[in-house]
Design a protein around this ligand. Structure first.
Ligand code: HEM
Length: 292
C-alpha cells in the first residue's frame, strides 16, 4: 500500500498477512496490489513472477480439501515438496478401502428411488403373442358359449359359419378343404353332363343352381358346372352363387385374379358358350357330338 494509506490502517494490520494466502497459492503474484511485492522490491523487477520462493514452501498445504489440493498441484510449478498423487486424503487413494458411508447416504437420500420391479402381471403373456390363446374362441370353436354373438345368432348348426375375416373367407366344413377338392377332381367327370355342350346365353341363364338345376357359370367362353365346388369355395357358397347362370369372369377377377379357374374346375367343364342364334338351323342347342 502506498505510504499515505498506511496511516489509515489499524496498527495490528500487517500488510504481508492480508493477501498472503492468495499470493502464495497462485505463486505467480498476479495481484497488482500485493503489498509484499511492492514493499520488498520497490525498485526491482516489474514482474513479480520471479518470487516463487515463499509460495512454493507453503503450497503443499494439507489442510485443503481434495478438490482444492488437486487444483493447487496442477497450477503450481513442480517442486520437491509437492505431495505424491493422489493426495493422502484424496478419494482416489481411499478407493482401495471400503467405501465411506457418506456418499452412500447421499446417493440414497438425494436421488430418486429406483423404479419398481416389474411385477409378474406386466410380463408379456406368451399366449398373446404367437400361441393360440387357451381361452376365448378358437377358429374352429366359434364364439364362447356365453358370448353375445352366440346368443344373438340364429344360425343352425348346419349353416356355414362366416368368420370375421377381412378377406371374406369362410370356414369350410370338414372334408371340403382345397386338398379335398383337388382329390375329388381326380376321381373323374364332375360336369354333370356326359358330353361337351354348346351353351347359349339363354340356356346358361336357366342354370342357376335353383329349382333342382345345377349351377353353371362361364369363364372366358367356357361353361363350368360350379355346383360340386360350392362347399369347397373358400369365399363361401353365397359368393360363388353370384356367378351362377351367368358369366363369372368379372366377379372372379375382381376378387382373386390370381386363382386359376381353369385348373381348379377342369373336371367341371360343361362346354363352350355360343351365340344365342348358334345352330338355330340345326335345331338349336345341342351337344357338340350331335353337330357332327
Ligand atoms: C367359380 C370359380 C371360382 C373359383 C375356382 C374360386 C376359387 C377361390 C379360391 C381358391 C379362393 C381362395 C383364395 C385364396 O386363398 O387366396 C377363393 C376365395 C374367394 N372367392 Fe372365389 N372362386 C371362384 C369364384 C368366385 C366368385 C364368382 C366370387 C364372387 C362373386 C368369389 C369370391 C371369393 C371370395 C370373396 C373369396 C375370399 C376372399 C379371398 O380369398 O380373396 N369367388 N375363391
Amino acid at each position: 500500500y502506498p505510504e499515505m494509506l498506511r496511516g489509515f490502517l489499524p496498527s495490528w494490520f500487517a500488510p504481508g498477512q492480508q493477501n498472503g494466502d492468495a499470493d502464495q497459492v497462485s505463486g505467480k503474484g498476479e495481484e497488482p496490489s500485493s503489498p509484499e511485492i511492492k514493499l520488498d522490491e520497490p525498485d526491482g523487477e516489474t514482474t513479480p513472477k520471479a518470487k516463487p520462493v515463499k509460495p512454493s514452501d507453503e503450497v503443499p498445504s494439507f489442510i485443503l480439501s481434495d478438490d482444492e489440493a488437486k487444483k493447487d498441484e496442477s497450477s503450481s510449478p513442480p517442486s520437491p515438496p509437492v505431495p505424491s498423487f493422489p493426495a493422502a486424503n484424496s478419494a482416489q487413494r481411499a478407493s482401495a478401502m471400503p467405501p465411506p458411508p457418506r456418499p452412500t447416504a447421499k446417493s440414497t437420500s438425494g436421488l430418486m428411488p429406483p423404479p419398481p420391479r416389474p411385477t409378474p402381471s406386466l410380463r408379456p403373456n406368451p399366449t398373446t403373442s404367437l400361441r393360440i390363446p387357451t381361452t376365448g374362441p378358437l377358429p374352429n370353436r366359434g364364439p364362447p358359449p356365453n358370448s353375445q354373438q352366440r346368443v344373438s345368432s340364429s344360425l343352425s348348426p348346419n349353416t356355414t359359419i362366416k368368420t370375421p375375416s377381412t378377406r371374406g373367407k369362410v370356414l369350410l366344413s370338414p372334408g371340403h378343404s382345397p386338398m379335398d377338392w383337388a382329390a375329388l377332381t381326380k376321381t373323374g367327370n364332375l360336369s354333370g353332363v356326359s358330353t361337351f355342350q354348346r351353351v347359349t346365353p339363354s340356356h346358361l341363364k336357366t342354370m342357376t343352381g335353383r329349382k333342382g338345376k345345377p349351377a353353371w357359370s362361364s369363364w372366358q367362353g367356357k361353361v363350368y358346372n360350379i355346383t360340386p365346388y360350392l362347399p369347397f369355395h373358400p369365399g363361401g357358397e353365397a359368393e360363388l352363387m353370384k356367378a351362377a347362370g351367368r358369366d363369372g369372369t368379372k366377379l372372379f377377377m375382381d376378387v382373386h385374379p390370381w386363382v386359376n379357374w381353369e385348373n381348379m374346375l377342369e373336371a367341371c367343364l360343361v362346354g363352350v358358350l355360343v351365340p344365342e342364334d348358334y345352330g338355330v338351323g340345326a335345331g338349336g342347342e345341342s351337344s357338340l357330338e350331335d353337330m357332327d
